[in-house]
Write a protein that binds this ligand. Sequence first.
Ligand code: TRP
Length: 451
Amino acid sequence: MTTRTRILTGITTTGTPHLGNYAGAIRPAILASEDANADSFYFLADYHALIKCDDPHRIQRSRMEIAATWLAGGLDVNRVTFYRQSDIPEIPELTWLLTCVAAKGLLNRAHAYKASVDKNVENGEDPDAGISMGLYSYPVLMAADILMFNAHKVPVGRDQIQHVEMARDIGQRFNHLFGNGKEFFTMPEALIEESVATLPGLDGRKMSKSYDNTIPLFTSAKDMKDAISRIVTDSRAPGEAKDPDNSHLFTLYQAFATKAQEAQFRGELLEGLGWGEAKNRLFQLLDGQLGEARERYHQLMSRPSDMEDLLQVGAKKARAVAAPFLAELREAVGLRSFVNQAAAPVATKKKAAKAARFVSFREADGSFRFRLLAADGEQLLLSRNFADGKAAGAVTKLLQSGDALDVRAEALSFSVWLDGAAVADSAEYADQASRDAAIEALRVALAPIED
Ligand code: TRP
C-alpha cells in the first residue's frame, strides 16, 4: 500500500508561461515533486482551455509551450505522471457521472460564472449572454480531474479554492449516493503556497498577461533583457542611495537570489548603484539560472515528436489508474454488462435456496412433519411429529440458522438433535460410507448461504 501524498494540479493551456508563472507555480511544483513522499500528477488542462479560447492555433501553441516549459524546468517524467487532460477519455466520462449528481444551485454560486452574470447585468444585457455551458460546468470538469486520481493535495492559486471545495462537495454526494458505505472518492484539499511570493511585473503590479507587464521566461535572452530594461524605477540618479524595500526590481531579484546574493545587492543599492547597472545585475542573475533551461526549451520545441512520445507515456500511466477506477464507478451507478451479473446477490440466494428445500405435510393423525430434500430431490431428513405447525416451523428455522448441527449417528442411520431431543431422522443406508456421505450432504445443504 502506498502512503505517498497524491499531489495533482492542472495548467490551463491558453498562454505562454512567463517569469511570474515560473516562480509562482512551475518551480515550486517541480520542487515538490522531488519529495520522496510525493506522488505527483501534473497535467495540461487543455479541455479547460477550450472554455476560454476558440483559437485552435493558440491552443496548440500553448500546449506545446507549456509542456516544453515544465520539461525544460526539470520535471522528471519518470517520477511524476505528466499528461494532457484530453488524452484521458475517462475524464469526460467521469465528468458526466458527476454532472448528474452536481447540484445546479452549487454551480450557480461559482465565482467565475457569477462574475460573468454580474457583468452582463451591469451592461443591461441578458444575464447569460455569451456564457457557454462549458463555462458554467467548468467546476465539474475540474472536479473530475481531481477525483479521478483521488488527489490529496491540489496546489492552486487563491481564485481556485472554491473549485476544490466544489470537488469535495460533488465527490461527497457521489460517495453518499452510490458508495454503499464505501468512500469511492478521497476528499481533496487545496494547497496554497504561502511562502511563494507573487512576482511583481514591470510596473510593480502583479505580473500578469492581462496587465501586459510580464517578463518572458524562455523566448530569448534578448527578450528577457529588453523587458528588464523596461522595469519602472524611481528617478534617483547613480550615486544616490536606493530603497531596496520599495523597489520591485529588488523583489524580483530576491525571488531568484541566495541569501548572500540578496544581501550584497541590497548593500550595493544602498550605496548608490545606478538603476541601469541594477537591471544588468538582475539580468545576469536570471540568465545564469535559466539559461540552460532556455536551451533545453528550444530543443524540445524543435522536436515536438519527442514531447508527443513523453506525453503518450504519461497518458498511459494516468489511464492505468483512471480506467479501472472508472470501471468501478460505472458498476456503482448501474452501467453494467448484461452478461456478468453474478455479482447480484439475489441470484446467489435463489440458487442456494434451490439447493435444498423443506417440504411440510400433515399426517392423518393431525400432527405436523417435514422432509428436507436435497437439490436432486433425495430425502435427507424426515422430521418427528409435531403437535402444531408452529413448532415444526420453528424447528426448520433453527436448522437453517447456520448454528452448528448436532448430528448423531446410530448404526446405518443418523438423527438431528435440538435442545436435547431428536427432531428428525435419516433413512437407513446400505453402509457406513453412504451414511457419512449423507451427513456431509446434509451439512452442505444447511450451510449458511454466503453472498
Ligand atoms: N482551473 C485551473 C486554473 O485555471 C486549472 C485546472 C484545471 C486545475 N483542472 C485542475 C487545477 C485540477 C488543479 C486541479 O488554474
